[in-house]
Ligand binder design. Structure first.
Ligand code: ATP
Length: 369
């Protein structure tokens, strides 16, 4: 057999990161077995707070380089509040990976699954299916991501910078329009909303100007704008009307949590962080030390991030079997919820990490692709 092989750098990390990564790899492997046509090689890399406690380093030697050489990076969760650097900050080598590989496009899918918690009384809440696209290397996190970037930082005053650059913003908006094009082919609206505060900030007017410039290359995709404060309101009033929403880093941080709350909670929040050459996939939640080691974590955020990873590999390689495997995992989760066979403890159900994973694998084996 001469099937193409893709290498995945796997960083399980800390706390529930370990369990949800194991769950994801089991589901991804089941999808591969069902669809066929490609091989995956897992390269496990050690990193995180546990590793730091043992060794005094936050990653094993060569981890960053090995992650960069892989076709994709999968990460469980990193950091434990009880283990910190001498200056009090938490162990967070994954932020270095984001910076190093310029993973500018933070993709956060927000989708309502049947029988999963709906926070809105309006029945149209069932139709929520949108993407929050969060720029992830600059914006208002530019100062925060790496230290010593504050222009003023003294005992009397501190200033942070909101940085919008043309090259990153062009790439971001192109990413948004391409994503909307791809989703349109799968039956979505084919619409991009630019979320900004262009009426107040020059940086945001610039962000919107570049949005309009790049939109011209995608005439089949409709577009509009929404100020970020109005977006917070509209996500409660009419979230089912959104498709792809593109925004700077800090707005995306807040809006993605708000949107995620509409369709369940952290255990459903999948995430992709994509750059020009690299992609990192991880659940949006942390290591959840309060439930670690208890088989209580909902693995679906990680499993759905695994599907995003397969889809990314499909785009990168042009290998359609990878896209089919990604779609199969999404269908399996949907079918499992629809049949009420997926009942995570996170939502008051009776199924822990292992039971949910087992059921998703059953669905992967049996659902009609
Ligand atoms: P970080 O700062 O690393 O993102 P955090 O402390 O903000 O972490 P999480 O670790 O994501 O937050 O946990 C927040 C809450 O959500 C905790 O009560 C945790 O138990 C719960 N939680 C997070 N992920 C899951 C999951 N997959 N399944 C069930 N509950 C979860």
């Amino acid at each position: 057999m001469n099937e193409p092989k893709y290498t995945i750098a796997v960083i399980k990390g800390d706390g529930i990161g370990v369990d949800v990564t194991d769950a994801t790899m089991a589901v991804v492997s089941a999808a591969r077995d069902r669809i066929g046509g490609f091989q995956l090689e897992l390269n496990e890399l050690l990193a995180g707070a546990g590793y730091f406690k043992e060794t005094g380093k936050d990653v094993a030697p060569n981890t960053e380089a090995a992650a960069g050489e892989a076709d994709a990076i999968f990460l469980g969760a990193i950091g434990l509040p009880s283990i910190r650097h001498a200056d009090g900050t938490e162990i967070s080598p994954h932020l270095r990976l984001r910076e190093m590989y310029q993973l500018y496009a933070g993709v956060r899918p927000i989708k309502a699954y049947p029988n999963a918690p709906q926070r809105l009384a309006d029945p149209r809440g069932d139709e929520i299916d949108l993407i929050v696209l969060r720029e992830s290397t600059e914006g208002l996190f530019y100062s925060a991501a790496v230290h010593n970037r504050c222009p003023v930082d003294n005992d009397n005053e501190v200033q942070d910078i909101l940085r919008i650059t043309r090259p990153t913003t062009e790439r971001l908006h192109d990413f948004a329009f391409k994503l909307a094009t791809k989703r349109k082919a799968r039956g979505h609206k084919g619409h991009v909303t630019c979320v900004d505060k262009a009426n107040v900030f020059r940086s945001m007017a610039f962000f919107r100007q570049i949005f309009d410039e790049r939109a011209a290359a995608f005439p089949e995709i409709t577009k509009d704008y929404n100020y970020v404060d109005a977006t917070a309101l509209d996500l409660i009033r009419r979230p089912w009307e959104f498709d792809v929403m593109v925004m700077e880093n800090m707005f995306g941080d807040i809006i993605s949590d708000l949107a995620g709350g509409l369709v369940g909670g952290m255990g459903m929040a999948s995430c992709a962080e994509i750059g020009q050459e690299h992609g990192l996939f991880q659940p949006a939640h942390g290591s959840a030390p309060d439930i670690m080691g208890q088989d209580k974590a909902n693995p679906l955020a990680a499993i759905l991030s695994g599907a995003l990873m397969l889809d990314y590999l499909a785009d990168k390689s042009g290998q359609p079997q990878l896209a089919k495997a990604a779609e199969l995992i999404e269908q399996a989760v949907e079918a499992g919820f629809a049949a009420n066979r997926i009942r995570p403890m996170e939502f008051g159900g009776d199924m822990g990490t292992i039971a949910v994973t087992r059921e998703v694998i059953e669905q992967v084996k049996s659902v009609k692709p």
